[in-house]
Design a protein around this ligand. Structure first.
Ligand code: AMP
Ligand code: MG
Length: 396
C-alpha cells in the first residue's frame, strides 16, 4: 500500500500562493463578518469628554464635607455650564462633567434639601468620572488589517463615526455535490437513493467561513456533465468545492473530468475520516474535492476549507483552529491514520472533559450534531479513558 500523506503537507499544498482578493469599500452597516483590508486609526477620543459614571452630584472634591447649593442640572446629551465655585451640579449617568468639577458622588450618599446638597467628606478625587479618551485615544491604532468585523469591532467603528471600511472581497465558491444516488430534500426516496446532506451542511459552513456561494449544483455520475459543470464553476468561482467522486471507484468522475480540464493531485491522507482528498486547479480556480461521506465533508471543511477561506479573506486568525487540551471520557486506538473525533466539550471545575459520540463512523452524521470540537488522536496512539487529548475548537 502506498504511503499515506500528512494533513500538514496537504494543507501546505492547498495554501501555497493563496492571496487575499481585491479590496472593496462597503458600508459598515453591511460589513458584519467581513475582514478589514486596512488598518483603521482612531480619529476621535472616546468618550469625547469627561462624563459621569453615576446619577449623583458633580463638585470640586475640595468642597466636600458641607452643604453646597445645587447650581445646575446636567442630563446626558446636554452641554454643561462651568461650575460656579462653592456649588455642586445635579448630574446623571453620561452627563458631561462641567468645567471646574473634578469628582462625582453617587446620589445614594447625598442628602438633598431645598436646592442644597450635603456632600460627605470621604470622597476621592476623580471618583465616578469617566475620563475623556479612556476607551480610545484619537490618532492611535483602532483596528488592524485582517480583523474580522464582529460585534465589538463594528461597535468600535461606529464609536468613531465611521460609516465605510475597506474589506477584502469574499471568496466566490462553487459547491458541486456528486453521485447518482443523491436526491434533494422534498423528493421522496426511490430504492438506492439518499438525500443530499452535504449541500446544506457545507453551504452553512462556507458561509460561516466568509464565502459567497455563487453556484450550487448537483452533478450526476457521468463524465460529460461533470466536465461541463466543472468548467462553468471555474469561470464563476475562486474555489470549487466538490463532494464525492474522488475515490478510485469506476463511478468517480471528478478525477477524470478535472484531469481533462486542469491539473489535479489526489491525496491519500493519514487522517480519519476523510482519507481521499483532491486538490487541483482549473484556470484561476482552485478545487478542493472532499469525499462524499457527510462526516468526511464536515471534518474536511473545518480542516481544509476554513484555512483556505481565511487566506482568501486575508484573515490570519482563521489559519488554525483554537486548540485546547481536554480529558477524554473515552478510549481509542489509532493506527496509521490520525483520528479527528467529534466531541462535545464539558467545562468542569476540574478542567475540560471531551465526550465522544459513541459511533465515530464516517457515515454517521449524528456524531457531528453536538460536536463543538475535534479531538485529534495522533497516528499509532493508544488513548486511555481519562487521558489527555488535544482538541480543535470548532469556531469560525
Ligand atoms: P463517494 O465519495 O462518492 O464514494 O461517496 C461516499 C459515500 O457518501 C456514499 O455512501 C455516498 O452515498 C455518500 N454521499 C456522497 N455524497 C453525499 C451527499 N451529498 N449527501 C449525503 N451522502 C453522500
Ligand atoms: Mg459517489
Amino acid at each position: 500500500m502506498a504511503e499515506l500523506q500528512s494533513v500538514e503537507s496537504a494543507l501546505e499544498a492547498l495554501l501555497k500562493d493563496v492571496k487575499a482578493g481585491d479590496v472593496e469599500r462597503i458600508d459598515c452597516e453591511a460589513a458584519a463578518g467581513r475582514v478589514l483590508a486596512e488598518s483603521v486609526t482612531a480619529r476621535l477620543d472616546v468618550p469625547p469628554a469627561d462624563n459621569s459614571a453615576m446619577d449623583g452630584y458633580a463638585l470640586r472634591q475640595a468642597d466636600a464635607g458641607q452643604w453646597l447649593p445645587i447650581s445646575q442640572r446636567i442630563a446626558a446629551g446636554h452641554a454643561p455650564d462651568s461650575l460656579a465655585p462653592g456649588t455642586c451640579a445635579r448630574i446623571f449617568t453620561g452627563g458631561e462633567i462641567p468645567p471646574g468639577a473634578d469628582t462625582v458622588i453617587m446620589q445614594e450618599r447625598v442628602e438633598a434639601q431645598d436646592a442644597q446638597a450635603y456632600i460627605p467628606d470621604d470622597i476621592t478625587l476623580g471618583d465616578n468620572v469617566r475620563r475623556r479618551g479612556r476607551d480610545v485615544r484619537a490618532d492611535t491604532p483602532l483596528l488592524e488589517a485582517g480583523t474580522r468585523l464582529e460585534a465589538a469591532a463594528l461597535g468600535h467603528l461606529a464609536g468613531q463615526g465611521i460609516t465605510q471600511v475597506g474589506v477584502y472581497r469574499r471568496p466566490r465558491v462553487a459547491l458541486l455535490s456528486t453521485g447518482d444516488e443523491i436526491i434533494e430534500p422534498g423528493q421522496s426516496l426511490a430504492p438506492g437513493q439518499i438525500h443530499n446532506s452535504n449541500r446544506p451542511m457545507l453551504s452553512r459552513l462556507l458561509e460561516r467561513f466568509g464565502a459567497e456561494l455563487v453556484m450550487r449544483k448537483h452533478v450526476a455520475d457521468d463524465f460529460a456533465t461533470t466536465q461541463r459543470l466543472l468548467r462553468e464553476a471555474s469561470e464563476r468561482a475562486d474555489v470549487i468545492v466538490t463532494t464525492g467522486g474522488v475515490s478510485v471507484g469506476e463511478e468517480d468522475h471528478v478525477k477524470h473530468a478535472l484531469e481533462s480540464l486542469g491539473q489535479l493531485d489526489l491525496w491519500q491522507l493519514a487522517m480519519r475520516p476523510g482519507k481521499p482528498l483532491a486538490l487541483g486547479r482549473i484556470g484561476q480556480a482552485r478545487l478542493v474535492g472532499l469525499p462524499g461521506n457527510p462526516v468526511s465533508c464536515f471534518v474536511g471543511a473545518w480542516v481544509y476549507l476554513r484555512p483556505l477561506m481565511g487566506a482568501l479573506l486575508g484573515c490570519p486568525r482563521m489559519a488554525t483552529l483554537p486548540r485546547l487540551w481536554a480529558r477524554a471520557d473515552f478510549e481509542t486506538r489509532t493506527q496509521a491514520r490520525r483520528h479527528y473525533m467529534r466531541v462535545r466539550l464539558e467545562f468542569t471545575p476540574e478542567g475540560v472533559v471531551a465526550h465522544a459520540f459513541a459511533d465515530q463512523n464516517s457515515a454517521v452524521l449524528s456524531s457531528c450534531l453536538e460536536a463543538d470540537a475535534l479531538a485529534v488522536v495522533p497516528e499509532h496512539t493508544t488513548l486511555n479513558e481519562g487521558g489527555r487529548v488535544e482538541c480543535l475548537w470548532l469556531t469560525d
